[in-house]
Design a binder for this molecule. Sequence first.
Ligand SMILES: Nc1nc2c(ncn2[C@@H]2O[C@H](COP(=O)(O)OP(=O)(O)OP(=O)(O)O)[C@@H](O)[C@H]2O)c(=O)[nH]1
Ligand SMILES: [Mg+2]
Ligand SMILES: [Zn+2]
Length: 298
Amino acid sequence: MTKVAALDLGLVVASHGRHYTVETPDGERLTCHPRGKKSDCVVGDRVRWLPTGSDEGVIEHLEPRRNLLFRQDEWKTKSFAANLDQLLVLVAANPVFSESQLVRALIAAESAGIAAHIVLNKADLPQFPAARARLAPYVAMGIRVIETAMKTDPGEARSQLSALLAGKATLVLGPSGTGKSTLINLLAPGARAQVGEVSQALNSGRHTTTTTQWYWLDAERTTALIDSPGFQEFGLRQIGAASLAGYMPDLREHASACRFYNCSHRHEPGCGVRAALERGEISESRYRIYAELWNELS
Ligand SMILES: Nc1nc2c(ncn2[C@@H]2O[C@H](COP(=O)(O)OP(=O)(O)OP(=O)(O)O)[C@@H](O)[C@H]2O)c(=O)[nH]1
Ligand SMILES: [Mg+2]
Ligand SMILES: [Zn+2]
């Protein structure tokens, strides 16, 4: 048997269900199949592989991960990507975003130990002020919210984002039609990620991007953006109801004032979180989403 350490190292840059695209340290890309039937590699994984032909290989070993961002729906677990430096949750002025989905993505990142920022795109649309107002609680709790108009003001969007992204591997996550692939094309030279027409994205629930894919933004391969398909469902079954508030910074801040150490912030007397809600220090929508999630996970 070949020793694992003697095998070539590779980075999983795309996942196509049954096979993967793996990039070698010199930047060559090849198709790799998993050894055996089941595979659990995701984009961002470091793997050890063996060549099986001139441009094909087999994955023999998965290197330990620094982190993994995933969601857990009722019946299945969906891994987004591994070994991330940060997450950009991309929402848009239109289509109107679901705050519940935004909260879920932020909680998943927080529980995986991955820093998250929000990008609000399509600042050129008339719905923009309303979308901005809905994000005010996130700005207040210290999350960075970057406002862009990638299509109408790409130069500005590029300069707003390049410093934040430099030297990091960033996953771009968000509902369909918000501009994730538009962002990839704006920043990754020669990316040609497929971009969907507004009408399709809005009305047919169509997802233009269907696979997760890693793009380098620079020739030195130090900065990466990962495009992903838009999501609708975002289960958090991996998280227990009792730890939920700990992953919501605005709630967490007030939980130390609760009379009971195991307060659910739902019905108990002397609850610091509900007191803060009444004082207007926690937004009603955030608390409502917390309560919904708490019921779902209990
Ligand atoms: N008005 C406006 N439209 C934009 C802007 N940025 C992107 N779009 C449009 O939004 C539509 C969807 O863009 P995509 O980049 O395909 O969206 P996506 O998030 O990758 O969508 P999925 O791949 O389906 O998840 C396209 O028609 C873009 O041209 C913007 O700043 N303003
Ligand atoms: Mg896309
Ligand atoms: Zn409480």
